[in-house]
Ligand binder design. Structure first.
Ligand code: ZN
Length: 340
């Protein structure tokens, strides 16, 4: 049984009316009335087996696979903004050039109906000089991990772009024999937030180097580009949230798998070391907005025991959060494959 949030607020118990915050277990409370996904009611005194059966019947089969598309390096100062090196180097080791190893991680979501990719890495359209500036040193790419899953690029039904910076969207296109940028996933529908698509077109000078016409024009002319106007449910098991501190309209997928909630944190929280509220990358366009977004989101994430998946953390795929005297901190480290 699925009950909308409005009706849930008035559910009675032997103790009387249960408020929205106390009628659920510590697991996610996702509410339709604030634009989020409605979910199965979970009462505190319900037994776990019953909860699992209800959840399984509500959500179709899903398998998720983390893909380390690119390995590259970034200046440690860029990764941590105003935080001095004496502090960030304790949580993210640097090399002699002050660079830290990072990844661009993508997520493959397979359901009965869909084969979805979240982000695509930076691709190969630019010359070696460009990639040498990124200190790229390998990665799984996309073809081999998809093949391991029994898939080819033509099998991908949907690609969700968290945002359109080159390291997230570049791999959706390639240079064909004529030297033109062409779609690498010929059947995929593309998804991006409407506000971010418009923002990428207006291309402020600060972010200009991250947007490339040859990344975006094949998507635009494909006839398969879909722009998300609002936060909320996308498909069963996946909802979108929108954050604005890193760039305008960053789309953050929140995935329900079994009884867990996985947040593909993208550049909202790029690594485990970026969890402390003020550890915000220097590239964020509005760090004070990021700070407020993190504070509000961490309250929700702690209450729901969410798992954050890190797109740029070379050393950790994901972790839970814990509350400490010093604030929100990293908790149990998680491997994505263990969530299947
Ligand atoms: Zn970005």
């Amino acid at each position: 049984m699925d009950i909308s949030c409005k009706s849930r607020v008035n559910i009675s118990s032997s103790k009387g009316i249960i408020s929205r915050s106390d009628c659920f277990t510590e697991k996610p409370v996702l509410c339709a009335s604030n634009g989020l996904l409605s979910n199965v009611v979970k009462f505190k005194d319900e037994n776990q087996a019953m909860k699992s059966r209800i959840f399984a019947s509500k959500h179709n089969w899903m398998k998720i696979t983390s893909i380390d598309v690119d390995y590259w390096k970034m200046d440690g100062g860029v990764a941590f903004g105003v935080i001095p090196k004496s502090l960030w180097k304790k949580v993210y080791p640097e090399d002699i050039d002050n660079l830290i190893r990072i990844t661009t991680r993508a997520l493959l979501i397979q359901t009965a109906e869909k084969k979805i990719l979240i982000d695509t890495g930076m691709g190969d359209k630019r010359g070696e000089k460009y990639y040498s500036y990124k200190y790229r040193f390998g990665g799984e790419g996309l073809i081999s991990p998809l093949a391991k899953a029994g898939l080819s690029p033509a099998d991908i039904t949907d690609i969700v772009f968290t945002h359109l910076h080159d390291d997230h969207v570049g791999g959706a296109t390639y240079l064909n024999d004529a030297g033109e940028s062409a779609e690498f996933f010929p059947n995929a529908r593309y998804w991006c937030s409407a506000s971010h698509w418009e923002w990428s077109k207006s291309s402020n000078k600060r972010e200009a180097a991250a947007y490339f016409h040859d990344n975006l024009s094949p998507l635009e002319t494909s006839g398969r580009l879909n722009l998300i106007e609002k936060e909320g449910k996308w498909i069963d098991g996946v909802e979108f949230r929108i954050f604005n501190g890193h760039t305008r309209g960053q789309l953050i997928p929140v995935i329900k798998i079994k009884d867990q909630t996985l947040v593909f944190a993208a550049d909202f929280i790029p690594s485990k070391a970026n969890i402390p509220i003020s550890y915000i990358p220097a590239v964020d366009i509005e760090p004070l907005v990021t700070m407020k977004e993190k504070e509000a989101f961490f309250d929700e994430a702690l209450q729901g025991d969410y798992i954050l998946m890190f797109q740029h953390d070379y050393n950790h795929e994901a972790c839970r959060l814990v509350q400490t005297e010093k604030g929100t901190a990293a908790g149990e480290v998680i491997n994505i494959r263990e969530l299947n």
